[in-house]
Write a protein that binds this ligand. Structure first.
Ligand SMILES: NC(=O)c1ccc[n+]([C@@H]2O[C@H](COP(=O)([O-])OP(=O)(O)OC[C@H]3O[C@@H](n4cnc5c(N)ncnc54)[C@H](OP(=O)(O)O)[C@@H]3O)[C@@H](O)[C@H]2O)c1
Length: 344
Protein backbone atom coordinates (compact mmCIF):
# COMPACT_ATOMS: atom_id res chain seq x y z
CA UNK A 1 0.00 0.00 0.00
CA UNK A 2 1.07 3.52 -0.82
CA UNK A 3 2.22 5.30 2.34
CA UNK A 4 0.52 8.51 1.32
CA UNK A 5 -3.13 9.37 1.58
CA UNK A 6 -4.82 12.61 0.69
CA UNK A 7 -8.34 13.83 1.38
CA UNK A 8 -10.47 16.76 0.27
CA UNK A 9 -12.11 18.38 3.29
CA UNK A 10 -14.87 20.96 3.40
CA UNK A 11 -13.48 24.01 5.21
CA UNK A 12 -16.11 26.63 4.37
CA UNK A 13 -19.82 26.50 3.53
CA UNK A 14 -20.13 27.42 -0.16
CA UNK A 15 -22.21 30.45 -1.08
CA UNK A 16 -23.63 29.65 -4.48
CA UNK A 17 -21.38 27.46 -6.56
CA UNK A 18 -18.62 25.49 -4.81
CA UNK A 19 -15.34 27.41 -4.94
CA UNK A 20 -11.86 25.94 -4.61
CA UNK A 21 -11.37 27.90 -1.39
CA UNK A 22 -14.29 26.01 0.17
CA UNK A 23 -12.28 22.78 0.23
CA UNK A 24 -8.74 21.88 1.23
CA UNK A 25 -6.48 19.03 0.19
CA UNK A 26 -5.04 17.56 3.38
CA UNK A 27 -3.16 14.46 4.43
CA UNK A 28 -5.57 11.74 5.58
CA UNK A 29 -4.86 9.17 8.25
CA UNK A 30 -6.87 6.27 6.80
CA UNK A 31 -3.78 4.50 5.52
CA UNK A 32 -2.38 4.22 9.01
CA UNK A 33 -5.33 3.44 11.28
CA UNK A 34 -5.56 -0.33 11.94
CA UNK A 35 -8.76 -1.98 10.71
CA UNK A 36 -11.44 -3.24 13.08
CA UNK A 37 -13.36 -6.47 12.37
CA UNK A 38 -16.02 -5.77 9.72
CA UNK A 39 -13.93 -3.14 7.97
CA UNK A 40 -12.08 -3.00 4.67
CA UNK A 41 -9.51 -0.56 3.39
CA UNK A 42 -10.03 0.59 -0.18
CA UNK A 43 -7.91 2.33 -2.71
CA UNK A 44 -10.43 4.61 -4.40
CA UNK A 45 -10.33 4.70 -8.20
CA UNK A 46 -13.39 6.55 -9.38
CA UNK A 47 -15.85 9.00 -7.82
CA UNK A 48 -19.41 9.78 -8.85
CA UNK A 49 -20.17 13.48 -8.84
CA UNK A 50 -23.72 13.73 -7.48
CA UNK A 51 -25.58 17.06 -7.49
CA UNK A 52 -26.96 16.37 -4.01
CA UNK A 53 -23.42 16.56 -2.60
CA UNK A 54 -23.97 20.31 -2.85
CA UNK A 55 -26.91 19.94 -0.45
CA UNK A 56 -24.70 18.07 2.01
CA UNK A 57 -22.28 21.02 1.97
CA UNK A 58 -24.99 23.49 3.05
CA UNK A 59 -26.39 23.98 6.51
CA UNK A 60 -29.85 25.17 5.47
CA UNK A 61 -32.49 25.37 8.16
CA UNK A 62 -34.63 22.92 6.19
CA UNK A 63 -31.92 20.29 5.87
CA UNK A 64 -33.40 16.81 5.97
CA UNK A 65 -30.16 15.19 4.98
CA UNK A 66 -26.71 14.65 6.38
CA UNK A 67 -24.64 17.83 6.57
CA UNK A 68 -20.88 17.56 6.17
CA UNK A 69 -19.33 19.13 9.28
CA UNK A 70 -16.73 21.78 8.48
CA UNK A 71 -13.28 20.21 8.55
CA UNK A 72 -14.64 16.81 7.49
CA UNK A 73 -14.06 15.11 4.15
CA UNK A 74 -16.45 15.55 1.24
CA UNK A 75 -18.36 12.32 0.59
CA UNK A 76 -19.85 10.60 -2.39
CA UNK A 77 -20.30 7.19 -3.97
CA UNK A 78 -16.95 5.78 -5.12
CA UNK A 79 -15.56 2.67 -6.75
CA UNK A 80 -12.39 1.24 -5.28
CA UNK A 81 -10.29 -1.85 -4.85
CA UNK A 82 -9.96 -3.55 -1.44
CA UNK A 83 -6.34 -3.55 -0.31
CA UNK A 84 -6.88 -4.92 3.21
CA UNK A 85 -9.85 -6.71 4.73
CA UNK A 86 -11.15 -7.87 8.08
CA UNK A 87 -14.36 -9.24 6.58
CA UNK A 88 -14.12 -12.58 4.70
CA UNK A 89 -17.10 -11.61 2.50
CA UNK A 90 -14.98 -8.82 1.02
CA UNK A 91 -11.64 -10.32 -0.02
CA UNK A 92 -8.55 -8.30 -0.87
CA UNK A 93 -8.46 -7.51 -4.58
CA UNK A 94 -12.21 -7.29 -5.04
CA UNK A 95 -13.71 -4.07 -6.29
CA UNK A 96 -16.59 -2.37 -4.52
CA UNK A 97 -18.82 0.66 -4.76
CA UNK A 98 -19.46 2.36 -1.45
CA UNK A 99 -20.11 5.75 0.11
CA UNK A 100 -16.64 7.09 0.64
CA UNK A 101 -14.68 10.24 1.29
CA UNK A 102 -12.99 12.20 -1.45
CA UNK A 103 -9.79 10.43 -0.38
CA UNK A 104 -7.24 8.21 -2.03
CA UNK A 105 -7.72 5.49 0.58
CA UNK A 106 -10.67 5.02 2.88
CA UNK A 107 -11.90 2.60 5.52
CA UNK A 108 -15.38 1.23 4.82
CA UNK A 109 -17.60 -0.45 7.38
CA UNK A 110 -19.06 -3.48 5.67
CA UNK A 111 -22.23 -3.13 7.74
CA UNK A 112 -23.07 -0.38 5.21
CA UNK A 113 -23.32 -3.18 2.61
CA UNK A 114 -20.87 -1.97 -0.04
CA UNK A 115 -21.60 -3.58 -3.40
CA UNK A 116 -19.02 -5.93 -4.91
CA UNK A 117 -18.54 -5.11 -8.60
CA UNK A 118 -19.07 -8.33 -10.53
CA UNK A 119 -16.43 -9.66 -12.93
CA UNK A 120 -17.00 -8.37 -16.43
CA UNK A 121 -18.33 -5.03 -15.20
CA UNK A 122 -15.98 -2.08 -15.17
CA UNK A 123 -15.81 0.51 -12.42
CA UNK A 124 -17.06 3.05 -14.96
CA UNK A 125 -20.09 0.86 -15.72
CA UNK A 126 -20.70 0.27 -12.00
CA UNK A 127 -20.95 4.00 -11.29
CA UNK A 128 -22.25 4.95 -14.73
CA UNK A 129 -24.83 3.07 -16.80
CA UNK A 130 -25.39 0.29 -14.23
CA UNK A 131 -25.08 2.64 -11.29
CA UNK A 132 -27.13 4.72 -8.91
CA UNK A 133 -28.45 7.23 -11.46
CA UNK A 134 -29.72 4.63 -13.91
CA UNK A 135 -31.36 2.75 -11.06
CA UNK A 136 -32.93 5.97 -9.83
CA UNK A 137 -34.31 6.59 -13.32
CA UNK A 138 -35.67 3.05 -13.43
CA UNK A 139 -37.41 3.11 -10.05
CA UNK A 140 -38.72 6.65 -10.44
CA UNK A 141 -40.23 5.98 -13.82
CA UNK A 142 -41.41 2.38 -13.41
CA UNK A 143 -42.60 2.50 -9.81
CA UNK A 144 -43.89 6.07 -9.56
CA UNK A 145 -44.49 7.23 -13.13
CA UNK A 146 -45.97 3.84 -14.09
CA UNK A 147 -45.73 4.37 -17.85
CA UNK A 148 -48.30 2.95 -20.26
CA UNK A 149 -47.89 2.75 -24.03
CA UNK A 150 -49.02 6.00 -25.60
CA UNK A 151 -48.43 8.12 -22.47
CA UNK A 152 -46.78 11.48 -23.02
CA UNK A 153 -43.64 11.46 -20.86
CA UNK A 154 -41.67 14.67 -20.30
CA UNK A 155 -38.25 14.51 -18.63
CA UNK A 156 -36.29 17.51 -17.37
CA UNK A 157 -32.51 17.36 -17.15
CA UNK A 158 -33.06 14.91 -20.00
CA UNK A 159 -29.51 14.86 -21.32
CA UNK A 160 -28.04 14.14 -17.90
CA UNK A 161 -27.10 10.87 -16.28
CA UNK A 162 -30.45 10.16 -14.62
CA UNK A 163 -32.68 11.98 -17.09
CA UNK A 164 -31.33 10.37 -20.24
CA UNK A 165 -31.95 6.89 -18.86
CA UNK A 166 -35.44 7.78 -17.60
CA UNK A 167 -36.33 9.18 -21.02
CA UNK A 168 -35.09 6.10 -22.87
CA UNK A 169 -36.80 3.68 -20.51
CA UNK A 170 -39.97 5.62 -21.25
CA UNK A 171 -39.36 5.20 -24.97
CA UNK A 172 -38.89 1.44 -24.47
CA UNK A 173 -42.20 1.34 -22.57
CA UNK A 174 -43.96 2.86 -25.57
CA UNK A 175 -44.33 6.44 -24.34
CA UNK A 176 -44.07 9.48 -26.53
CA UNK A 177 -41.03 11.12 -24.94
CA UNK A 178 -40.14 14.81 -24.80
CA UNK A 179 -36.82 15.81 -23.26
CA UNK A 180 -36.01 19.21 -21.78
CA UNK A 181 -32.31 20.12 -21.82
CA UNK A 182 -29.97 23.08 -22.17
CA UNK A 183 -28.39 23.84 -25.52
CA UNK A 184 -28.40 22.64 -29.11
CA UNK A 185 -25.78 19.88 -28.69
CA UNK A 186 -27.66 18.14 -25.88
CA UNK A 187 -30.97 18.48 -27.70
CA UNK A 188 -29.47 17.00 -30.88
CA UNK A 189 -27.99 14.10 -28.88
CA UNK A 190 -31.38 13.38 -27.32
CA UNK A 191 -33.13 13.43 -30.64
CA UNK A 192 -30.53 11.59 -32.75
CA UNK A 193 -28.87 9.14 -30.35
CA UNK A 194 -31.50 8.61 -27.65
CA UNK A 195 -34.32 8.66 -30.22
CA UNK A 196 -36.66 10.91 -28.25
CA UNK A 197 -39.73 12.18 -30.09
CA UNK A 198 -39.25 15.86 -29.29
CA UNK A 199 -36.92 18.11 -27.37
CA UNK A 200 -37.21 21.50 -25.72
CA UNK A 201 -34.14 23.67 -25.23
CA UNK A 202 -35.01 25.51 -22.03
CA UNK A 203 -32.20 27.98 -22.62
CA UNK A 204 -33.70 29.30 -25.85
CA UNK A 205 -37.39 28.33 -25.61
CA UNK A 206 -40.25 29.12 -23.27
CA UNK A 207 -40.89 25.71 -21.71
CA UNK A 208 -44.54 26.27 -20.85
CA UNK A 209 -45.56 27.37 -24.33
CA UNK A 210 -43.43 24.65 -25.93
CA UNK A 211 -45.19 22.03 -23.79
CA UNK A 212 -48.57 23.49 -24.66
CA UNK A 213 -47.74 23.22 -28.36
CA UNK A 214 -46.19 19.75 -28.19
CA UNK A 215 -48.70 18.18 -25.78
CA UNK A 216 -52.18 19.42 -26.70
CA UNK A 217 -53.76 16.71 -24.53
CA UNK A 218 -51.38 17.38 -21.65
CA UNK A 219 -48.44 15.62 -20.02
CA UNK A 220 -49.18 12.19 -18.53
CA UNK A 221 -45.87 11.75 -16.71
CA UNK A 222 -43.38 14.44 -15.75
CA UNK A 223 -40.04 13.10 -14.49
CA UNK A 224 -38.44 16.10 -12.82
CA UNK A 225 -34.75 16.49 -12.10
CA UNK A 226 -34.74 20.27 -12.04
CA UNK A 227 -37.59 21.97 -10.12
CA UNK A 228 -38.15 25.74 -10.26
CA UNK A 229 -39.58 27.26 -13.45
CA UNK A 230 -39.39 23.96 -15.34
CA UNK A 231 -41.52 22.19 -12.73
CA UNK A 232 -43.97 25.09 -12.81
CA UNK A 233 -44.28 24.80 -16.60
CA UNK A 234 -44.98 21.09 -16.32
CA UNK A 235 -47.55 21.51 -13.54
CA UNK A 236 -49.36 24.02 -15.75
CA UNK A 237 -49.53 21.46 -18.56
CA UNK A 238 -50.37 18.20 -16.78
CA UNK A 239 -53.05 15.91 -18.19
CA UNK A 240 -55.92 14.55 -16.08
CA UNK A 241 -54.57 11.80 -13.77
CA UNK A 242 -51.00 12.84 -14.59
CA UNK A 243 -48.07 11.71 -12.46
CA UNK A 244 -45.19 13.93 -11.40
CA UNK A 245 -42.07 12.04 -10.36
CA UNK A 246 -40.05 14.32 -8.10
CA UNK A 247 -36.50 13.06 -8.52
CA UNK A 248 -34.42 16.20 -7.97
CA UNK A 249 -34.44 19.99 -7.75
CA UNK A 250 -31.03 20.83 -9.11
CA UNK A 251 -32.06 24.39 -10.02
CA UNK A 252 -32.16 25.16 -6.28
CA UNK A 253 -29.19 23.28 -4.85
CA UNK A 254 -26.86 26.29 -4.87
CA UNK A 255 -29.43 28.55 -3.17
CA UNK A 256 -28.96 29.57 0.42
CA UNK A 257 -32.69 29.44 1.11
CA UNK A 258 -35.34 26.76 1.23
CA UNK A 259 -36.10 25.62 -2.32
CA UNK A 260 -39.55 26.97 -3.26
CA UNK A 261 -42.39 24.83 -4.58
CA UNK A 262 -44.62 25.65 -7.54
CA UNK A 263 -47.76 27.76 -7.44
CA UNK A 264 -51.34 26.82 -8.34
CA UNK A 265 -52.00 23.73 -6.28
CA UNK A 266 -55.60 23.82 -7.51
CA UNK A 267 -54.38 22.58 -10.90
CA UNK A 268 -53.10 19.48 -9.14
CA UNK A 269 -56.44 18.98 -7.41
CA UNK A 270 -58.64 19.59 -10.46
CA UNK A 271 -56.31 17.52 -12.63
CA UNK A 272 -56.24 14.62 -10.13
CA UNK A 273 -52.48 14.76 -10.51
CA UNK A 274 -50.28 12.58 -8.30
CA UNK A 275 -46.94 13.96 -7.12
CA UNK A 276 -44.42 11.73 -5.44
CA UNK A 277 -40.90 12.30 -4.32
CA UNK A 278 -38.57 9.36 -3.79
CA UNK A 279 -35.02 8.35 -3.03
CA UNK A 280 -33.07 5.65 -4.80
CA UNK A 281 -32.52 4.00 -1.42
CA UNK A 282 -36.27 3.35 -1.07
CA UNK A 283 -35.88 0.59 -3.65
CA UNK A 284 -32.51 -0.91 -2.72
CA UNK A 285 -33.89 -4.42 -2.33
CA UNK A 286 -35.17 -4.32 -5.93
CA UNK A 287 -31.77 -3.50 -7.49
CA UNK A 288 -31.14 -7.01 -8.94
CA UNK A 289 -34.56 -6.94 -10.63
CA UNK A 290 -33.84 -3.49 -12.11
CA UNK A 291 -30.37 -4.48 -13.33
CA UNK A 292 -31.86 -7.53 -15.05
CA UNK A 293 -33.58 -5.00 -17.34
CA UNK A 294 -30.98 -2.22 -17.42
CA UNK A 295 -27.87 -4.26 -18.27
CA UNK A 296 -29.35 -5.83 -21.44
CA UNK A 297 -30.84 -2.48 -22.50
CA UNK A 298 -27.42 -0.85 -22.26
CA UNK A 299 -25.46 -3.75 -23.76
CA UNK A 300 -27.87 -4.04 -26.71
CA UNK A 301 -27.79 -0.29 -27.40
CA UNK A 302 -31.51 0.10 -26.65
CA UNK A 303 -30.37 2.72 -24.15
CA UNK A 304 -27.37 4.88 -24.92
CA UNK A 305 -25.52 6.33 -21.97
CA UNK A 306 -22.52 8.55 -21.97
CA UNK A 307 -19.91 9.20 -19.33
CA UNK A 308 -17.86 12.31 -18.78
CA UNK A 309 -14.66 11.26 -17.03
CA UNK A 310 -12.46 13.95 -15.49
CA UNK A 311 -8.98 12.90 -14.45
CA UNK A 312 -6.89 13.74 -11.39
CA UNK A 313 -7.56 13.42 -7.69
CA UNK A 314 -6.23 16.93 -7.14
CA UNK A 315 -8.80 18.23 -9.68
CA UNK A 316 -11.89 16.75 -7.99
CA UNK A 317 -13.37 20.07 -6.79
CA UNK A 318 -12.61 21.85 -10.08
CA UNK A 319 -15.06 19.70 -12.01
CA UNK A 320 -17.93 19.62 -9.52
CA UNK A 321 -19.67 22.68 -10.98
CA UNK A 322 -19.97 21.05 -14.40
CA UNK A 323 -23.17 19.55 -12.96
CA UNK A 324 -24.56 23.02 -12.44
CA UNK A 325 -23.31 24.90 -15.50
CA UNK A 326 -24.39 21.96 -17.65
CA UNK A 327 -20.97 21.32 -19.19
CA UNK A 328 -21.09 17.66 -18.13
CA UNK A 329 -21.94 15.33 -20.95
CA UNK A 330 -23.50 12.35 -19.22
CA UNK A 331 -22.52 10.79 -15.91
CA UNK A 332 -19.81 12.96 -14.39
CA UNK A 333 -17.04 10.82 -12.92
CA UNK A 334 -13.70 11.69 -11.32
CA UNK A 335 -10.90 9.24 -12.07
CA UNK A 336 -8.14 9.30 -9.47
CA UNK A 337 -5.31 9.29 -12.02
CA UNK A 338 -4.51 8.12 -15.53
CA UNK A 339 -2.99 4.86 -14.20
CA UNK A 340 -6.33 3.97 -12.62
CA UNK A 341 -7.56 3.26 -16.15
CA UNK A 342 -5.64 0.01 -15.94
CA UNK A 343 -7.69 -1.00 -12.92
CA UNK A 344 -11.10 -0.68 -14.52
N1 LIG B 1 -34.02 10.97 -5.85
C1 LIG B 1 -32.86 10.33 -5.92
O1 LIG B 1 -32.61 9.32 -5.24
C2 LIG B 1 -31.81 10.84 -6.88
C3 LIG B 1 -30.70 10.04 -7.21
C4 LIG B 1 -29.78 10.51 -8.17
C5 LIG B 1 -29.98 11.78 -8.73
N2 LIG B 1 -31.06 12.52 -8.34
C6 LIG B 1 -31.31 13.85 -8.92
O2 LIG B 1 -31.34 13.72 -10.32
C7 LIG B 1 -30.96 14.97 -10.89
C8 LIG B 1 -29.90 14.73 -11.96
O3 LIG B 1 -28.71 14.26 -11.33
P1 LIG B 1 -27.53 13.62 -12.20
O4 LIG B 1 -26.52 13.14 -11.24
O5 LIG B 1 -28.10 12.69 -13.17
O6 LIG B 1 -26.90 14.87 -12.93
P2 LIG B 1 -26.88 15.20 -14.49
O7 LIG B 1 -28.30 15.30 -14.94
O8 LIG B 1 -25.97 14.28 -15.20
O9 LIG B 1 -26.20 16.63 -14.50
C9 LIG B 1 -26.89 17.73 -14.01
C10 LIG B 1 -27.62 18.46 -15.16
O10 LIG B 1 -28.62 19.29 -14.61
C11 LIG B 1 -28.88 20.36 -15.49
N3 LIG B 1 -29.01 21.59 -14.71
C12 LIG B 1 -28.14 22.08 -13.81
N4 LIG B 1 -28.61 23.24 -13.30
C13 LIG B 1 -29.79 23.47 -13.90
C14 LIG B 1 -30.76 24.52 -13.81
N5 LIG B 1 -30.59 25.56 -12.97
N6 LIG B 1 -31.86 24.45 -14.59
C15 LIG B 1 -32.04 23.41 -15.45
N7 LIG B 1 -31.15 22.39 -15.58
C16 LIG B 1 -30.05 22.43 -14.81
C17 LIG B 1 -27.69 20.46 -16.44
O11 LIG B 1 -28.15 20.04 -17.72
P3 LIG B 1 -28.50 21.12 -18.88
O12 LIG B 1 -27.22 21.36 -19.61
O13 LIG B 1 -29.54 20.43 -19.65
O14 LIG B 1 -28.94 22.35 -18.14
C18 LIG B 1 -26.71 19.42 -15.92
O15 LIG B 1 -26.00 18.78 -16.94
C19 LIG B 1 -30.51 15.86 -9.76
O16 LIG B 1 -31.58 16.71 -9.38
C20 LIG B 1 -30.22 14.86 -8.66
O17 LIG B 1 -30.29 15.42 -7.37
C21 LIG B 1 -31.98 12.07 -7.44
Amino acid sequence: MDSQNRQWRLVRRPEGLLRVEDVELTPGDEDRRPLQPGQVRVRNLLFLYAPTMRNWMSARSDSLHEIIPLGSPVKTLAAGRIVESLDPRYPVGSRITAMSCWSEYDIIDTVSAPQIIADGISAVEALGPFGLNSLTAYFGLMRIGRPCPGDVLVVSGAAGSTGSVAAQIGRIQGCRVIGIAGGAEKCAWLRDQCRLDDVIDYRSQDVSSALRALCPTGVDIFFDNVGGDVLQAAVDNMAKFGRIVLCGQIAGYNDQDVIPAFTNMMRVIYGSVRLQGFLFGDYKSAVPEALADIIPWIRSGAIVARQDIRVGFENLPLHFNALFDGTNQGTLLGLIDEDAHALH
